[in-house]
Design a protein around this ligand. Structure first.
Ligand SMILES: [Zn+2]
Length: 251
């Protein structure tokens, strides 16, 4: 029995390190994809002084703590977004390993978590959901459904997401004008539908609208105005994650 516990501890430790490392890569995606930059070239550098980063400047979490959130070369402040994304990705990886156990499909859940984390942070910062990332989410979702012999279910979920998202897009544009619910949100909902299947789509939409309304009201109250433009993507992500992580998962 002791070796089982040892194996499990090692597996969780590996999960933590992998989550941090992939989280570090997500920071590259989050910075470069919305700006249309290559994700492989040039190598990591400080966005302020342009100095290339050494391996010791690139260790997830640790480098940020050791450098006290400043660039080693020019002293510019490093956004706390970097360690936060790394920590969030590692926590998601650990949570999913705990929820589903160390099984074949876990890699898919990890890929899913990383993509929706990157999409949410980009949506918060830039108010858009880049096509390459939503497309990757949809394709990996379809591979996930294929590997569990449920591709028809995934396809139906994707179509329903597209239809419902399109309907909301038309209604929102008609009632609130453009940018209330973007085309990026429609594609994101379709990709989520591929993962969750047709039954998950209305549930996720309902939860996301509920969270979005609450979030909007809180922000409106704090800013003392009803005119608040908040991206919908992070609420979709939150609702989606909730449906995956709940014990009575609908996926
Ligand atoms: Zn610098």
């Amino acid at each position: 029995m002791n070796s089982d516990i040892g194996f499990l501890l090692a597996a969780y430790f590996f999960t933590l390190l992998l989550g941090l490392a992939i989280g570090s890569f997500l920071n590259v995606l989050i910075y470069r994809v919305p700006r249309g930059l290559s994700i492989v070239w040039p190598p990591s550098h400080c966005p302020v002084c342009g100095h290339r980063l050494a391996w010791k400047d690139n260790i997830p979490l640790l480098s940020y703590l050791l450098l006290r959130g400043k660039c080693r070369y020019c002293g510019a402040r490093i956004s706390p977004r970097y360690p936060l994304v790394e920590a969030a990705n590692a926590l998601l990886y650990l949570g999913l390993a705990w929820r589903f156990g160390f099984q074949r499909l876990l890699v898919f859940y990890w890929a899913l978590a990383s993509l929706i984390l990157a999409l949410s942070v980009i949506d918060l910062e830039h108010h858009r959901l880049p096509d390459p990332l939503t497309l990757a989410l949809g394709i990996i979702g379809f591979l996930y459904q294929l590997s569990r012999h449920q591709w028809m279910y995934g396809l139906l979920g994707g179509i329903l997401g597209l239809l419902l998202g399109g309907l909301i897009y038309l209604l929102a544009t008609w009632v609130y004008g453009p940018n209330a619910f973007g085309l990026g949100d429609v594609k994101y909902l379709a990709a989520i539908g591929v993962w969750g299947g047709p039954f998950a789509v209305p549930i996720i939409l309902f939860l996301a609208s509920l969270f979005g309304t609450l979030g909007g009201l809180i922000i409106a109250w704090r800013r003392r105005t009803l005119r608040v433009g908040i991206p919908f993507g992070p609420f979709l992500s939150g609702a989606f994650l909730l449906t995956i992580l709940l014990p009575q998962g609908i996926m």
